[in-house]
Design a protein around this ligand. Structure first.
Ligand code: F6R
Length: 602
């Protein structure tokens, strides 16, 4: 949510800031802005809309300088508008701030500042920050202490970058519960919400923790702890190939990421090492419960993982939405293993749930795709999906990598516990390693089939997804993909549950997509499909079973695989279907409305 960039150095900053913003646009894209120091003044340009709208502003040409900050916004307080866009400046235009997060007590702070004759022009929470900094500066503090004192009064979450026309040789940054990284260059330094935004310029990064501050100068970065005592930080080299964040010839990141799945799963499976977790049979036996906690698509991966761990390891698993878990007094103690799945590693609710699990003495494992993300610094242990940077807002390759990782993990636990027979273990291991090839097989002719179906249904208002067991969890994920990028109302139901209410919505020509991959549940699933066909539904079936073609409108055949692993294959036609429907509707697939890739606010 919101992307921030900062630059100070020997080069002109505008191009660097705009490039950084373009790389960060997936974090928010309802407005964009830039503040650059030049000729002793702060020049701020901002606009409602995308980064390209900022680039198109006619007066942008006239401004450049060697120090600046920039922002792409996902609105929280105040509608997307020119005025509400960041950066926000104090009324004298001597301090300029970009902010990611929410200032929960902004109203109290605003009242205080208004009582001191400060004037506000926006509806945002952020505008209090530059004015509060100004207030402390006028009390006689230097730049760093003014920012520090202002931050001490902020409640909520923030990653901020501040520049000042009075102190043109530095940028001050601070962070609390929102992501921020610092990139080191030669005679230049960079600030960004995440690593990929800056990879074009540097591979050397510093990471600051909550409540820490940094003074970023051209040739140096000085770090401070929460009491403003100087601290040392080690610079880390990050080995992400910059080409991984290009579209590589695809029209959209989402399409590229869908087709990357054989590779991303292969990498994930081959880079795993569970030995570092130090899990023993005795420990597993002592567990009362495993919790899997996540949001959105990652939670859907958690549901699939639950079935695998419960069935293969006979351990009780509860899956919860992070936003619910954190406020419902969950029963959790030292006999609980809590696993947190998060592609970005920055999701505010997931991190808060992790913190809660830690104070309740649970052992915690984070499953994430982003090295050095916030979650990796909080969890006891970390497992990485090696999907590579996922840029499209709708998650695809991260989801299948999460399930692949969790499937492999379930097999590891089952081996420790000796809870499944050797034949099944071998079959699952072979099938899992074969998944990348099976996906390649699935891709043969898939695109044209899916395009044909998409053409027939892209104007629909409602689409239903049904399945039983693991297929139901895939239905949930398929429906979410469609909703988020095509804006078609989609609902997922457990096939057997439909008749308890929702079937009332099925009428002539309603599209029902059904996933059928478990041989033991085929007949039951077909009966449920017959129930909707009798009420006029058009049916699309995703299956690895041999079904009678004449009974359904479309059948998409996926390769055969042990049914525990089928979600990794069966979701792929649904990802492509959502993609092609959104394209036919001429929507921005990678940046759907109202969404952002990293949800760093509650
Ligand atoms: C949907 C999607 C979201 C995320 C959710 C959690 O396509 O991407 O539902 O899965 O916001 O994000 P992470 O995994 O980064 O914690």
């Amino acid at each position: 949510m919101c992307g921030i960039v900062g630059y100070i150095g020997n080069n002109l900053s505008k191009k660097i800031l705009l490039n950084g913003l373009t790389n960060l646009e997936y974090r928010g894209y309802d407005s964009a802005g830039i503040s650059i120091l030049s000729n002793g003044n702060i020049h701020t340009l901002k606009t409602k809309g995308r980064v390209k709208d900022l680039i198109d502003l006619s007066n942008l040409d006239k401004v450049d300088g060697y120090c600046g900050i920039a922002h792409t916004r996902w609105a929280t307080h105040g509608e997307p508008s020119d005025i509400n866009s960041h950066p926000h400046n104090n009324q004298n235009n001597t301090f300029s701030v970009v902010h990611n997060g929410i200032i929960e007590n902004y109203s109290d702070l605003k009242n205080f500042l208004v009582s001191k004759n400060y004037k506000f022009i926006s509806q945002t929470d952020t505008e209090v920050i530059p004015n509060l900094i100004d207030y402390y500066y006028k009390e006689g503090n230097d730049f760093l202490h003014s920012v520090y004192k202002a931050c001490k009064h902020l409640k909520g979450s923030y990653a901020i970058c501040v520049i000042s026309s009075i102190f043109p040789d530095k940028i001050i940054v601070a962070r609390k519960s929102s992501p921020l990284v610092l990139g080191k260059g030669i005679n230049e330094n960079f600030i960004g919400s995440d690593i990929p935004a800056l990879l074009e310029y540097t591979k050397s990064f510093y990471f600051i923790n909550d409540n820490e501050f940094a003074e970023v100068l051209k040739n140096n970065i000085i770090f401070y702890d929460e009491n403003l005592s100087k601290i040392e930080k080690k610079c880390k080299e990050i080995n992400i190939d910059f080409s991984q964040i290009n579209k590589n010839g695809y029209d959209d990141y989402m399409l590229k990421e869908i087709y990357e799945q054989p590779k991303s799963i292969f990498r994930t499976l081959n880079n795993l090492n569970f030995e570092n977790l130090n899990i023993t049979k005795e420990y597993l036996k002592s567990l009362k419960k495993i919790y899997i906690i996540a949001c959105g698509t990652a939670m859907h991966a958690g549901l699939v993982s639950k079935t695998l761990i419960e069935n293969l390891c006979k351990i009780n698993v509860e899956v919860d939405l992070a936003s619910e878990f954190r406020y419902r007094n969950p029963i959790i103690d030292s006999n609980t293993l809590a696993i947190f799945i998060s592609q970005s590693g920055e999701t505010a609710d997931t991190i808060a749930a992790l913190e809660l699990a830690k104070v309740s003495n649970a052992q915690t494992i984070a499953v994430t795709n982003v090295p050095e993300s916030s979650i990796t610094r909080i969890a006891d242990k970390v497992l990485y999906t090696s999907a590579g940077p996922e840029i499209a807002v709708a998650s695809t390759k991260a989801y299948t990598s999460q399930i692949s990782l969790m499937s492999y993990f379930s097999l590891y636990l089952a081996k420790l516990l000796n809870s499944i027979n050797d034949d099944l273990l071998k079959e699952l291991e072979t099938d899992l390693n074969n998944i990348p090839n099976k996906i390649k097989e699935l891709f043969d002719n898939l695109d044209s089939q899916i395009k044909d179906i998409a053409k027939k249904i892209y104007l629909e208002k409602d689409i239903y997804y049904i399945g039983r067991g693991l297929d139901y969890y895939v239905a949930l994920e398929g429906a979410l993909k469609l909703k988020e990028i095509s804006y078609i109302h989609a609902e997922a139901y457990a096939s057997g549950e439909l008749k308890h209410g929702t079937i009332a919505l099925i009428e002539n020509n309603t599209t029902v997509i059904s996933i059928i991959t478990n041989p033991l549940l085929v007949e039951k699933s077909i009966s449920n499909i017959q129930e909707v066909i009798s009420r006029g539904a058009k049916t699309i079936i995703i299956t690895n079973q041999s079904l009678n073609k004449n009974e359904f409108n479309h059948i998409i055949k996926i390769p055969e695989i042990n049914s525990y692993l089928s979600p990794i294959l069966s979701i792929i036609p649904l990802q492509l279907l959502a993609y092609h429907i959104a394209k036919l509707k001429k929507l921005d697939v990678d940046k759907p409305r109202n969404l952002a890739k990293s949800v760093t606010v509650e």
